[in-house]
Design a protein around this ligand. Structure first.
Ligand SMILES: [Zn+2]
Length: 361
């Protein structure tokens, strides 16, 4: 053995090799960014360049994320995810915003590093979107209303969760209107450990597009994903909302539910997004809003009329919640479903991996 190798082996044995430092933030424009090479080293990953405009993050030989220059859309283990700020490149080095690094990349690529640890959830609040005079979206041709579908899926989900031993509270159990902020307050009063709001999307007059979206509340100073569309306005907020205390956990929960919905429905991946949803803002626990299908599409509108499809959605959200709970040190995750067919991502999805259970505190 060469002397240098002997020294390295000795230093490693004695624990003298310094771990990579947490990446430092650099101000670029009006946003703090971190150097992706430094971030990857800190997370035990490495950066591999794909031509001049994209990079892969690799965990050993396994690609776990793909990021492209000037884009907010990334691929994390085969799932589309929208960052709050664009990825930048300068002289061959990539940069991601410090917020995206901390509350999107770390929770998804190294959930065991997210602190503080959370207890496995016991009380789960399910929020059937809309109700009463608020019908939500509607497919008039097919005669199917969002408020009816959300309540039915929520009731099915409640039964599955209760059978698994969770205490479940619904924000409404009948066709009544509940103000958005009141939904989060119901969860807070119930001592919720987890909150999932059930919705269905509308893209009217487009009747062809199908697919699922999962939303978290926007981190402080980040615009909602849809505000970047043509005609959108900067809706970033300067102050923290109560639910922002759980940004990293919201990301872990969103990923777990997103994966199960895609595996179950296989109807297109419209991505994980952020928005300032009133039902999430005041939460004192992690929470997400799920739009698992598009009610105004001919295909999914018709499917939503069938109890089988609503069963499928409830089962997928249930499994996603179970995966999240397993990652919090609760039950063992169920056997992963087979990978979904290539989703509607702009590039081939990366290989999938089972949820990672965080190691001790
Ligand atoms: Zn809705």
């Amino acid at each position: 053995m060469r002397p240098a190798a002997t020294l390295l082996l000795l230093a490693t044995t004695l624990g003298l090799v310094a771990a990579a430092a947490e990446p430092a933030a650099t101000r670029l424009g009006n946003v703090d960014y971190v150097n992706l090479d430094e971030a990857a080293a800190y997370l035990g990953l490495r950066v591999e360049h794909l031509g001049t405009q994209a990079v892969l993050l690799k965990d050993g030989p396994q690609p776990v994320a793909r990021l492209a220059e000037h884009s907010r859309e990334i691929d994390v283990k085969g799932l589309r995810l929208f960052l709050g700020s664009v990825v930048l490149e300068h002289r061959g080095v990539y940069y991601v915003s410090e917020t995206d690094y901390r509350v999107r990349l770390v929770p998804r690529l190294r959930p065991e590093r997210v602190r503080p640890m959370r207890e496995p959830p016991k009380v789960i609040v399910i929020d059937p979107g809309h109700g009463g005079v608020d019908h939500g979206t509607e497919n008039r041709t097919l005669g199917v209303m969002e408020k009816t579908c959300t309540l039915d899926v929520a009731l099915k989900l409640k039964r599955l969760l209760e059978a698994s031993g969770y205490k479940v509270v619904l924000t409404r159990e009948s066709d009544v209107d509940v103000p958005l902020a009141a939904r989060a307050l119901i969860a807070n009063r119930a001592g919720a450990d987890l909150f999932v709001s059930i919705h269905f999307n509308s893209l009217y007059p487009n009747t062809k597009t199908t697919g699922a979206e999962v939303f978290s509340f926007s981190p402080r100073a980040q615009r909602s994903t849809d505000s970047w569309s043509l005609g959108g306005k900067d809706d970033a907020e300067a102050s923290l909302a109560p639910v922002n205390a759980f940004d990293s956990w919201n990301t872990i929960l969103a990923g777990a539910v997103h994966r199960r919905i895609l595996d179950a429905l296989r109807d297109g991946d419209r991505g994980e997004k952020i928005a300032h949803f009133g039902a999430l803002r005041e939460l004192r626990c992690p929470g997400i809003l799920v739009e698992s299908a598009i009610i105004t599409s001919d295909k999914e509108g018709a499917l939503l009329k069938t109890p089988e499809f609503r069963d499928k959605i409830a089962a997928a959200v249930f499994q996603g919640i179970e995966d999240y709970c397993a990652m919090m040190g609760g039950r063992d995750p169920k056997v992963q479903a087979a990978p979904a067919a290539a989703a509607a991502a702009p590039s081939a999805p990366l290989a999938r991996s089972a949820p990672t259970r965080p190691s001790g505190p």
